[in-house]
Ligand binder design. Structure first.
Ligand code: ADP
Length: 616
């Protein structure tokens, strides 16, 4: 994990360095690239504007260019120049020029004699008139006097109005008699440049601005005003008395592609993109200046936006990286936790498997022990049963021998009595024999009952019959111990849910124990009572013996627990009885009577009586 984290760190550092490099590259080259792009755009627009301005200016001048030659060809003009002092011809000429000037919407038209004096002019009747002025210093005059059409732009020395001059010689029979001059106004064109998005200027070959949408730039020079330049300008008096000055400009280039010009005005420096076109015919250069501040601002904004986007991308990237790092960390933690859990589960599983194996072994051992115990128990039970059977057989043989002896005596004496004819006495003997046989039959029935298998069916059992059977069995024992059994079965008949033989066995056991308890005592009375208690029937066997000591009370129902001497008790009587009663769904408990002696309570479910018919 540490390794992953470290490599992630290095990746972040690498990305950070990349970002810084990219940001620097954008800041340095992006700005310049964007500026170049915006200047390219601007230059193409400026180029269009420049072409348009050239076309307008050119068209405007072309309209007037042929007109001086046309007027020079006028006969009246020629006539006047032949006789320059003729006042009539002058007046006529003046009117003619004024009329044409008005029609052509030119600024001024005037005619000069070869010495340069103006003799007629369209503004002859104006306060400021050219008449009498000498313009021989103007190049347009000199050119015309040399027989060529002349053209010149200048500030009027008389009118102080800027204009463009076209001139033509007036030739009569090969000699030049004078010069016709047309001056056109350039101010309307200049006015159309004002307030435009671009600055349009026109400057002369010396670099002095002659036309400009910005009046403050007029007569300003884009080049240093050297004495040669000033001398050349003074010669033609192009700018009359106007004050010439150098404009605070610096020239430059942007990436060798765009000509830039900086002009500082009232402390504020403005940078312009410059495109210029020289108008050879007109003798000037027209130039369009575009303020680069908007393009630079756009470039700056674009660069800033690019930087911002880069910053945002970097921020987004960083956040993404952080999220991924956190996620990776969490996943790593989860993986560790899972592994730890799996390890613990494996450990626990191994522990459990071990415990399980031990338990299985233990269970197997216990089962074997239990099996062994059962076997031992059943062996012992068998032994107990056999012992009981032995006891019973002894008791029965004693019981049978007595009546059999009596039967023998009665039969023998009956034979003698019959021989002597004492039939009535013999009959009496026979009746006694019959009674004794009945008793023996009863004993034999009891024996049969014991021989029966214990899995007799449970059902309604009449308590009187069971008690009757019990009495027959215990009678001998009671007599031997000289004990008395006091029976109180309450209101009868009492029916209980049990098996008759086994219930007899239980009662025999309880009564036998009671006899054992009272055998050596003076009061040898045993109570056998039965009562209905709701849906139960409760029977009690109470003696007046020593009772059950509390120390052994819990153990008397255990198999083979006995306090009687060897050969006297097997310790099975109460255990067998307890199990039999449980089989009946009843309860057997031992208490000590408050007046002394043990009291065994047998609680059985009451059963519905069985009618005689149903029984048959
Ligand atoms: P056993 O009679 O062979 O000893 P039992 O299971 O019938 O076996 O009785 C177990 C023991 O319970 C007796 O040894 C005796 O200590 C005690 N016991 C049973 N009945 C009485 C009784 N009526 N009075 C006092 N103790 C009794």
């Amino acid at each position: 994990m540490a390794l992953t984290w470290l490599s992630a760190r290095w990746r972040l550092v690498a990305l950070g360095t990349m970002f810084c490099t990219l940001a620097t590259a954008i800041a340095v080259f992006g700005g310049s690239f964007a500026t170049r792009a915006y200047l390219d755009q601007a230059a193409s627009r400026v180029q269009t504007t420049l072409r348009l301005a050239v076309a307008v200016l050119d068209g405007h001048m072309k309209r007037f260019e042929p007109l001086p030659a046309l007027i020079a060809d006028n006969d009246d003009i020629k006539e006047l120049l032949a006789d320059p002092e003729n006042p009539e011809l002058r007046l006529h000429g003046n009117r003619y020029l004024k009329e044409i000037n008005a029609q052509l919407k030119s600024s001024d038209i005037y005619v000069m004699t070869p010495d340069g004096n103006t003799i007629i002019a369209s503004n002859y009747d104006q306060p400021v008139s050219f008449i009498g002025e000498n313009f021989s210093y103007r190049p347009y005059f000199q050119e015309a006097m040399e027989g060529r059409p002349g053209r010149f732009f200048a500030l009027g020395t008389t009118s102080f109005k800027r204009g463009y001059y076209f001139s033509a010689p007036v030739t009569v029979e090969g000699s030049i008699l004078g010069v016709v001059v047309f001056k056109i106004d350039i101010e309307p064109i200049e006015a159309s440049w004002k307030g435009a998005e671009y600055e349009i200027i026109v400057y002369d070959p010396e670099g002095i601005i002659f036309m400009s949408g910005r009046p403050e730039w007029l007569y300003g020079s884009l080049q240093p005003l050297t004495p040669e330049r000033l001398a050349r300008t003074a010669e033609s008096r192009r700018y009359a008395n106007a004050t010439l000055r150098e404009l605070p400009v610096t020239w430059g280039y942007f990436q060798q592609a765009h000509q830039l010009l900086n002009i500082t005005e009232s402390g504020k420096r403005t940078e312009y993109l410059v495109l210029a076109e020289s108008m050879e015919d007109a003798g000037w250069t027209i130039s369009v200046l575009f303020d680069t501040s908007s393009a630079r601002a756009q470039a700056l904004t674009s660069t800033a936006v690019a930087l911002l986007l880069l910053g945002l991308a970097a921020l987004g990237g960083f956040m993404l990286w952080q999220r991924r790092a956190r996620l990776a960390e969490r996943l790593e933690l989860q993986r560790t936790a899972r592994e730890e859990l799996e390890r613990r589960v494996e450990e626990r599983t191994a522990d459990l498997a071990l415990v399980n194996r031990r338990l299985e072994t233990e269970v197997a051992e216990r089962r074997a022990a239990e099996k062994q115990l059962r076997k031992t128990q059943s062996d012992l039970l068998q032994a107990g049963k056999l012992a009981a059977l032995g006891q019973m057989s002894a008791a029965l043989s004693h019981e049978f021998n007595q009546p059999l002896g009596a039967v023998k005596n009665y039969a023998d004496s009956a034979l003698l009595l019959v021989d002597r004819g004492r039939v009535a006495e013999a009959r009496d003997n026979l009746l006694r024999i019959s009674a004794l046989t009945d008793r023996m039959a009863s004993l034999s029935r009891h024996l049969r009952n014991f021989a029966r298998k214990p899995n007799e069916k449970l059902g309604p059992v009449l308590l009187d019959e069971v008690v009757g059977g019990v009495l027959e069995i215990v009678d001998g024992r009671l007599k031997a111990a000289e004990a008395r059994l006091a029976i109180d079965l309450g209101p009868r008949p009492l029916w209980v849910h049990a098996g008759a033989v086994r219930l007899q066995q239980v009662l025999v056991n309880l009564i036998s124990n009671a006899v054992d308890a009272v055998e050596t005592l003076p009061e040898r009375v045993i109570d056998l009572a039965a009562r209905v208690d709701g849906d139960k029937v409760t029977m009690t066997v109470r003696d007046r013996g020593p009772g059950v000591p509390p120390s052994i009370a819990e153990r008397i129902f255990d198999p083979f627990f006995t306090t009687k001497g060897v050969g006297k008790g097997l310790g099975l009587g109460l255990s067998i009885s307890y199990n039999i009663v449980k089989d009946f769904g009843g309860e057997l408990e031992a208490t000590n009577h408050p007046d002394g002696g043990a009291s065994f309570t047998l609680r059985l479910n009451a059963a519905r009586p069985v009618t005689h018919e149903a029984a048959e």
